[in-house]
Ligand binder design. Sequence first.
Ligand SMILES: Nc1ncnc2c1ncn2[C@@H]1O[C@H](COP(=O)(O)OP(=O)(O)O)[C@@H](O)[C@H]1O
Ligand SMILES: Cc1ncc(COP(=O)(O)O)c(N)n1
Length: 280
Amino acid sequence: MTARQDPFRTPPVALTVAGTDSGGAAGVAADLTTFAALGVHGACAVTAVTAQSTVGVHSVHVLPPAEVRAQVTAVLDDLPVAAVKAGMLGSPEAVRLVAESLPGRPGRPLVVDPVLVATSGAVLGDAGVAAAYTRVLLPLATVVTPNLDEARTLLGRDLPRRDAAAGLAELGCTVVLTGGPDGAGPSTTCVDWLAEPGCVPVPLEHPVVDTTHDHGTGCTHSAALAARLAHGDLVADAARAASDFTTDRLRAGSGWRLGRGRGPLPHVHTRSTDPSGGEL
Ligand SMILES: Nc1ncnc2c1ncn2[C@@H]1O[C@H](COP(=O)(O)OP(=O)(O)O)[C@@H](O)[C@H]1O
Ligand SMILES: Cc1ncc(COP(=O)(O)O)c(N)n1
């Protein structure tokens, strides 16, 4: 029996270090609801407060590093954190803080979603943040989950998806390069590339979901990956499960109509669309 089927079992704990989204779609909101959906207790350290909605990002307020450190320390002092997810960090200082306090290691893997630009195009991490990710944090991450634009910015080169995934894996972390629909004509398949250091990259394919409720998709995917690692999955299994969970939730939300722009995914509000009824 899994943790989700047995609500009386003490769940594993995952910590997200990320920004808030006032619209409740991305960042800390997506992470905590995804953790809950996958039978994990979520703790959080907030790095930035954003005024944002389904339409776009209106303002960003990055918190002082000392406030982020205080939250991380409070959680680590008390709770048995089994996995960490870093989302929007917002400043090079916060990137360094995560590297110092929460490096990936056996027993406490670190998933880094290197958030630089929101779906709406707003900048959530500048060139200094990108440089700190590459130099300081990615070598200490267990898994990194950039989209293609983020991977190209981090590498400073325009490469095809597979090569970008392999290039980042050379830093010593496993990479899941996420790929929503390409935009280059109608496509029925999304391909994420899984690149483990020293191994040939493997494509993880799943069907494209036609939906306007996709704000926070990358956050959902990386939080699901951290949740599965908190349950003890191997990285490759966690990556596949994260992809399945995200697709299932995109499908479940495709009939929702919330907001005037790109709406949130339903992490806990609707039944699984997985026909096998399997535990995602
Ligand atoms: N429309 C979609 N249909 C199916 N899967 C999708 C869709 N959009 C994104 N995904 C999947 O969601 C996950 C997060 O991807 P992505 O959208 O690239 O993240 P980000 O929000 O960081 O750009 C990946 O597994 C990706 O393949
Ligand atoms: C606080 C915060 N963190 C992350 C994202 C990225 O999510 P998306 O790529 O769906 O805009 C976001 N918009 N806001």
